[in-house]
Design a protein around this ligand. Structure first.
Ligand code: SF4
Length: 427
C-alpha cells in the first residue's frame, strides 16, 4: 500500500523528450542567496558582480534592510571589466574589510556572476587564497550564480555542491537530508523519520558551519529538492549513496519518499503506518478541500524552477488536473525518474526552452493554468490566460504532509480568482 502504484502502459520516463535550445526567460542563480542566507546563519554571500546583480539582490530581498545583512555585492567597476585594475587585489581588500567588521561570519561564499565570468575572474583560486589567509576562523568557498545557461534554483545546487568536497569524512552509517527547506518543514521531516527509529539524521546545509555533516561510504542521502543534481554527483564522488524516490510533494509523494528511506533502514510496515497514518489522513483531507477548483482543469508548465515534473505528478495524481505540457529546464532522470514513472505518457515532456515556440503552444492549448516565470505571467494574463509564478514555489513551504493542502491551494487560488472574474464580467 505504501509502494508506488504500478502504472500500466507507458509512463513519462519512456516518453520522447522535446529538446529546445532557444531564448530562455529565467532568473539567474543569484536568487538562491535569498533563501540560503536565512538557512545558514553564520554564512555570508559576497556576489562578485555588477550593479545589476546588486539591484537584483536588493530588490528581491529588500526586507533585509532592517537586519545586518548576510549578503552583499563586491561591485566590479569599469576599470576591472576593462582589465585595467587587479580585481583580485580589490577582492582581497573587500574581504579583509568585511571579515574584520563581521567576526560572526564563519563561511564566506564568493558568488560568481555574468560579469565575473566574462572577465574570467578565477574565484576558485581567490577562495583558496582567502581560506589560507583567514583560517581557521573562516572558510571561503566559491560557486557561480551566473545567469548564463542556468536557472534560478541552480544557485542552491552550486552552493551545496561547493561545500561537499570540504565536508569532514565519516564511516558512520548516517542519513543525510539534502536541500535548504524552511526550518519548520525540515523539523517535520526529521521528526517523522526519528519516530520511525531512523538516525542519526544530518542535514545539508546545516544552520552553522560547526554543525556541517560529515560524509563517507556509509552515508545514505535523500534529496529534498529535484534541482540538486551537481550536489548529488559531488556526494556520490565522496562515496555516499542516494535513496531514489519521488519528491515529498503531496500525500503520495511524501509517503513514497518516507517509505524509500524507511525501507533503507529496515522499518517495518506497522511502525511506518503508526507514524504516518494520522498526518497522511490530514494531508488527504486538506488536499481534497484545496483541490476542488482544480478537478478536470488543464495545466501547462513552462521550464523555470526544476520542480515541474514532481509538481505535475502531484497535480495530476492527487488534484485531478490534466497536464498538457511539462517543461523543465533540464531533465535529470536520476533525480526525477521516480516521479516520471508515476505520470502516464500523454503530456508533452520538454527540456530547455525556445520561448516563442513554447508561447505558441500555450496559446494553441489555452490551458486553464500556466506555471511560468514572472516575465511571462503578465503578458499571458493580458491574453486572458491564468498563470502561477513558479518562483513562489520555492519561497513558500510546500513539502511534506502538513503543507500538502497549501501546495494545492497555491494552484487553486489563481484558478478560482479567474472564475470569479468571469462570473463578475457575466453579471
Ligand atoms: S548574475 Fe548575470 S543575470 Fe544575474 S543579476 Fe548578475 S548580470 Fe544579471
Amino acid at each position: 500500500m505504501n509502494q508506488p502504484t504500478h502504472i500500466a502502459g507507458a509512463t513519462c520516463r519512456d516518453a520522447p523528450v522535446l529538446k529546445e535550445r532557444g531564448q530562455r526567460e529565467v532568473f539567474c542563480g543569484l536568487t538562491g542567496i535569498i533563501w540560503l542566507h536565512r538557512k545558514m546563519q553564520d554564512a555570508f554571500f559576497l556576489v562578485v558582480g555588477s550593479r545589476t546583480c546588486a539591484h537584483l539582490l536588493q530588490s528581491a530581498a529588500g526586507v533585509m534592510i532592517f537586519a545586518e545583512p548576510r549578503f552583499g555585492t563586491a561591485v566590479l567597476e569599469e576599470g576591472d571589466l576593462a582589465g585595467m585594475a587587479d580585481a583580485h587585489e580589490e577582492l582581497d581588500r573587500e574581504v579583509d574589510r568585511l571579515l574584520s567588521r563581521r567576526p560572526d561570519i564563519k563561511q564566506l561564499f564568493l558568488v560568481g556572476s555574468c560579469p565575473s565570468e566574462v572577465i574570467k575572474l578565477d574565484l576558485h583560486r581567490a577562495a583558496e587564497r582567502l581560506t589560507v589567509k583567514h583560517a581557521p576562523h573562516v572558510r571561503v568557498l566559491n560557486y557561480s550564480g551566473s545567469g548564463i545557461e542556468t536557472t534560478f534554483t541552480q544557485g542552491e545546487d552550486a552552493c551545496l555542491a561547493s561545500m561537499v568536497p570540504v565536508l569532514p569524512k565519516t564511516d558512520a552509517r548516517e542519513l543525510l537530508l539534502v536541500g535548504a527547506l524552511p526550518d519548520v518543514v525540515e523539523d517535520q521531516a526529521v521528526d517523522l523519520l526519528t519516530k520511525m527509529g531512523i538516525g542519526p539524521i544530518r542535514v545539508l546545509p546545516a544552520h552553522r558551519s560547526a554543525e556541517m555533516p560529515a560524509v563517507g561510504p556509509n552515508t545514505v542521502y535523500a534529496c529534498l529538492q529535484p534541482f540538486l543534481g551537481d550536489t548529488a554527483a559531488a556526494l556520490d564522488r565522496r562515496g555516499a549513496c542516494m535513496i531514489q524516490a519521488p519528491f515529498p510533494f503531496g500525500e503520495e509523494g511524501t509517503t513514497l519518499w518516507l517509505r524509500a528511506i524507511a525501507d533503507e533502514f529496515g522499518v517495518d510496515d506497522e511502525t511506518f503506518a503508526r507514524v504516518t497514518d494520522a498526518p497522511r489522513a490530514r494531508a488527504r483531507t486538506a488536499i481534497a478541500n484545496a483541490a476542488k477548483a482544480l478537478q478536470g482543469k488543464s495545466i501547462f508548465f513552462m521550464p523555470d524552477s526544476q520542480l515541474e515534473i514532481p509538481l505535475a505528478r502531484f497535480l495530476t495524481r492527487e488534484c485531478g488536473m490534466e497536464a498538457v505540457e511539462i517543461g523543465q529546464p533540464y531533465i535529470h532522470k536520476g533525480l526525477v525518474g521516480p516521479d516520471m514513472d508515476l505520470i502516464p505518457a500523454g503530456p508533452t515532456i520538454s527540456e530547455g526552452q525556445d520561448v516563442d515556440k513554447q508561447l505558441d503552444r500555450v496559446r494553441a492549448a489555452r490551458p486553464d493554468l500556466t506555471v511560468c516565470g514572472l516575465g511571462l505571467a503578465n503578458p499571458l494574463e493580458a491574453e486572458g490566460l491564468t498563470t502561477k509564478w513558479a518562483i513562489e514555489l520555492v519561497f513558500t513551504p510546500v513539502h511534506f504532509y502538513e503543507q500538502a493542502g497549501d501546495l494545492a491551494g497555491l494552484f487553486s487560488r489563481p484558478v478560482r480568482r479567474r472564475e470569479l472574474l468571469k462570473l463578475e464580467a457575466a453579471e
